[in-house]
Design a protein around this ligand. Structure first.
Ligand SMILES: NC(=O)c1ccc[n+]([C@@H]2O[C@H](COP(=O)([O-])OP(=O)(O)OC[C@H]3O[C@@H](n4cnc5c(N)ncnc54)[C@H](O)[C@@H]3O)[C@@H](O)[C@H]2O)c1
Length: 302
């Protein structure tokens, strides 16, 4: 029960990874706001209440406490309502898990402006706005002299960290979430809040076609490495008081594997102390690249 009496809001918790996180938080003693707009895999056709309500019923059947939220977290009003729901129902908010999202995959040259905007909106704005409203809530708590031990867990992706062919919009949004995580970690630390990100991999409706091709179903009694439930222990631990002091980090989580993703840092450097002539730059860059580690391959690159 590492989250006993903590209050957690999970966006996109009606299905897949978010559902698994919500259930594990409840098993670990937390009260959970289960947010889900109930949209299709491509983000169309909101059916508010449906999947979120089902997860609330599952948590209540376990003897836990939960409330459904059908708010669109990519709107200012929806994100504010998410935080307000936690405070109204459970008296406060301790943990925000930003997880909601959908895909509109296409090669860049075929990607429409609408497909770009929709994916940017749900992932990038859908992280920023709940983070902003939760951050404002925690700042007010801190200023009122009440102790804050807040946590934000954002959801990036291997696509954002390494790139993924056919997912230019999604990769850009998920890379943006890493930048947002670093800034939020630096800005919210003073209020007693840590901000980390995960890059999960699991079999959900978002990925079932990909993983059906690359992974055979496990045999009877074997470990199902692609089950979404495998990602939740890390998320729940990051949401617990036990993770105090860990902030601004990105963790990859899949099956029984947890990996710290080591992001951009200054590598080999050349400094002339004056402006370079363009013709001089080639050999200097070649030398720097020879000293630098080779980049990891982009997912799906031939
Ligand atoms: N499954 C993977 O392997 C994988 C890999 C990397 C990253 N991710 C990320 O993990 C997160 C969860 O993905 P999943 O695989 O569980 O997908 P999923 O489709 O099973 O679940 C996503 C949920 O988000 C909800 N949602 C979408 N837009 C919303 C909005 N505006 N407001 C509220 N809810 C909304 C959907 O209704 C859905 O229930 C996503 O951010 C995804 O990009 C997943």
């Amino acid at each position: 029960m590492i989250c006993e009496d903590r209050v957690v809001a999970v966006t996109g918790a009606g299905r897949g990874l978010g559902r698994a996180h919500a259930l594990e938080f409840a098993r670990q003693g937390a009260a959970v706001v289960v947010n889900d707009l109930g949209v299709a895999r491509d983000g169309t056709g909101a059916a508010s209440g449906g999947p979120a309500q089902e997860v609330v019923a599952e948590i209540e059947a376990l003897g836990g406490r939960a409330v459904a939220s059908g708010d669109d977290i990519a709107t200012d009003a929806g994100a504010a309502a998410l935080v307000a729901t936690a405070v109204e129902h459970f008296g406060r908010l301790d943990v925000l898990v930003n997880n909601a999202g959908f895909l509109r995959d296409r090669m860049l040259i075929n990607l429409s402006e609408e497909e770009w905007d929709a994916v940017m909106r749900v992932h990038l704005k859908g992280h920023f706005l709940p983070l902003k409203h939760a951050g404002r809530y925690w700042r007010a708590e801190s200023k009122a002299g009440r102790p804050v031990d807040g946590r934000v867990i954002n959801t990036s992706s291997g696509a954002g960290l390494l790139g993924s062919v056919g997912q230019g919009n999604y990769s850009a949004a998920k890379a943006g979430i890493v930048g947002l995580t670093l800034v939020a970690s630096a800005e919210l630390g003073r209020y007693g809040v840590t901000v980390n990100a995960i890059a999960p991999a699991a079999r959900t409706r978002m990925t079932e076609e990909v993983f059906a091709q690359t992974m055979a179903a496990p045999g009877e009694g074997e470990f199902d490495a692609m089950a979404p439930e495998n990602v939740s222990p890390l998320v729940v631990w990051l949401g617990s008081a036990d993770s105090r002091g860990i902030t601004g980090r990105v963790f990859e989580a899949e099956g029984g594997r947890i990996c710290v993703m080591d992001g951009f840092r200054h590598g080999p450097v050349a400094d002339k102390g004056a402006r370079w002539d363009p013709a001089e730059v080639g050999p200097v860059v070649a030398d720097l690249l020879a000293k630098a580690p080779a980049p990891e391959p982009v997912y799906g690159a031939g």
